[in-house]
Ligand binder design. Sequence first.
Ligand code: GAP
Length: 513
Amino acid sequence: MDKDALKKIISHSKEYGFIFPSSEIYEGLNAIYDYAHNGTLLKNNIREYWWKSMVQLNENIVGIDSAIFMHPKTWVASGHVDAFNDPLIDNKDSKKRYRADVLIEEHIEKLNLKIKKEVSKAEKRFKEKFDKKEFLATNPRVKEITKSINEIKSKMVSAFEDDDLVLVKKLIDDLEIKCQVSGTCNWTEVRQFNLMFNTKLGASEDSSMDLYLRPETAQGIFLNYLSVQKTSRMKIPFGIAQTGKAFRNEIVARQFIFRMREFEQMEMQFFIQPGTQEDWFNQWKKKRLKWHLNLGIESDCFRYHDHDKLAHYADAACDIEFLFPFGFKELEGIHSRTDFDLKSHEKLSGKKIQYFDPLLNKNYTPFVLETSIGLDRMFLAIISNSLKTEILEDGTSRNVMNIPKPLAPNKLAFLPLVKKDGLPEYTRNIMKDFIHEINIVFDEKDAIGRRYRRQDAIGTPYCITVDHQTIEDDSFTIRDRESMEQKRINLSELKTIINDELSLNSLLKKLDN
Ligand code: GAP
């Protein structure tokens, strides 16, 4: 884990107006953050990319914005009251708390790394004669590690399925898993801890109702599913998309905005015919990975992780993992949620929420395929991938954020070369041509080189420098964030760049191809 890289991201985010720790004047609040100006712009752009790619590009996906507070029975039906727990274990020496399943999964990951090492050693030894498939199937050492991985996985799955926390603890003991901080195996028992925050609705103690802050946005979609289907006249298969805040009393909230207590989700529930879930699961896995790769981030930074331990509502689940500074971790979940939620709500509410399928001429409870991504986690993926420190030819260094251009907080920075001769006024006049279309910024303070650096550090793709020649022929210098190259262009060329490279439309069009 690169602790320095994460530290650098945190301090850069604060210094350049992306993210502030919340309530800082009162010493802050653990795992709660506020988004500053540049951070809000970037976050809005990511949300818009997601929203438009779902709702605008798919005629069978519609949107909704449901309330955070929902009837408390919602969470009984959804299983969150009984089953939205994290199995926790403490190390008695370091007093550090861990999720028991994560400890075991990390142990498995270490074994997988051992296999990878064996493969790369053999690759070097046998060169072009190397047959990876055969090696994995026949090499005794690899076979032995694979066998123990499978054994651990099956013990873990059955222990969690049976809710047998004693067995989970035994597995951690048997595997001699050590605490990363104390280095000891001195563990407490494993306990379940419910992650929902509760609050009260109403003024008086007697009449008030216990409520939960929603731990996922999905339930707002399930409760509205039939009304949405009817009012938007959708036929199965169709989807409902929503973005909004979710709240979880995370025990091991850490790693900056990776695991927060108040965060935002972007979820889409796709309602399908029972029996077709495997096909849709595979389709959405591919579609969602394509959405990520469309941003131009290297494909090596993503991988699928199929789940062994399934949530109470799922018959299949896969994470799209991203290479964060602290390793590959879940960025997005794709879940085959069966008819669990709709059936449970139907049962507890006593209301019929089935779908009449005109093609099959029968009623049924649809199955649901869900894609669920944390907006803050996507934000972290983007900033951690884009922040670079470069050593330049003259020996100086610069911080640059290579944020995918259509998502950058500001698309263009307009810089009058000097603060006199009417250049600032002329610059502001040119800006009027763009201000309705994209986010742009004006900067006249300091020498031009320092202004370029400031824009590099917040990821502005291009700087437009207005000089004396501009007044004569309406041309200006455009400087590229990545190459730092400068060239002279005119207004219509700039409009083409905006259209082809900087607009969200350009990104959505690529996704469509
Ligand atoms: N409706 C399904 C659901 O909520 P999840 O896997 O628990 O599934 C989905 O969460 C996504 O929400 C995750 O992949 C992650 O991106 C984001 N997420 C979950 N917990 C989070 C937290 N504490 N902080 C930030 N993002 C979180």
